[in-house]
Write a protein that binds this ligand. Structure first.
Ligand code: IMP
Ligand code: MG
Length: 181
């Protein structure tokens, strides 16, 4: 697909490269999570909407009991605390005593993921792991711990594999960067 409706774009990673990265993440996640079972299924929290593709690709490679749940949040300005999250979709099940794996599309400033990690801890999760498909190479105000990273991208606006540019491009088969200017 040529994502021309978004203007000129450069392909950073092919679909094959993204899928290989997701598979490598699955190997690392399995190594950490398999010893935790059979205590209780891991709660995989898909951060909507961007992580939908990544979660769909990841799940068939995970070999431990899990429950799939979703969250969707917006931010009130530059909110940094969990309490400042603007909720659109909350998790259906209680996180109390659970091991949670948060899955997001991209780590940019890290504000949203940091706030979601805090939310999970506030809800009583015993352990909170985070996986992102791509991490943007940029300075961050806060250090947000991320356990699994698929690919590193430069500090540019990217889309594809679930990531959107003005809601378009989520279906682009690879990771693309918009050309500046
Ligand atoms: P932040 O980490 O709180 O700054 O916000 C992260 C969210 O912003 C991600 O979950 C994405 O939805 C969105 N985002 C940040 N950078 C990009 C990008 O380059 N492309 C698409 N979405 C992005
Ligand atoms: Mg997002």
């Amino acid at each position: 697909m040529k994502p021309s409706h978004l203007g000129p774009a450069e392909q950073l990673f092919s679909a094959e490269a993204v899928e290989a990265a997701i598979q490598r993440m699955a190997v690392a996640i399995n190594a950490d999570m398999e010893p935790l079972v059979p205590h209780r299924p891991v709660v995989v929290l898909c951060v909507l909407s961007g992580a939908i593709v990544m979660v769909g690709k990841l799940l068939p490679h995970l070999h431990f009991p899990l429950h799939l749940d979703c969250v969707q949040v917006g931010r009130y300005g530059s909110a940094t605390k969990g309490g400042d999250l603007q909720w659109r979709v909350r998790p259906r099940e209680s996180l109390s005593g659970a091991t949670v794996l948060l899955v997001d599309d991209i780590l940019d400033e890290g504000v949203t993921l940091g706030a979601l990690q805090q939310f999970c801890r506030d809800e009583g999760a015993t352990a909170v792991y985070s996986a992102v498909m791509v991490r943007k190479n940029r300075p961050r105000v806060e250090d947000v711990p991320v356990d699994y990273v698929g690919l590193e991208v430069p500090d540019r606006f990217v889309f594809g594999y679930g990531l959107d540019a003005r809601e378009l491009g989520r279906n682009a088969p690879g990771i693309f960067a918009l050309m500046e200017g």
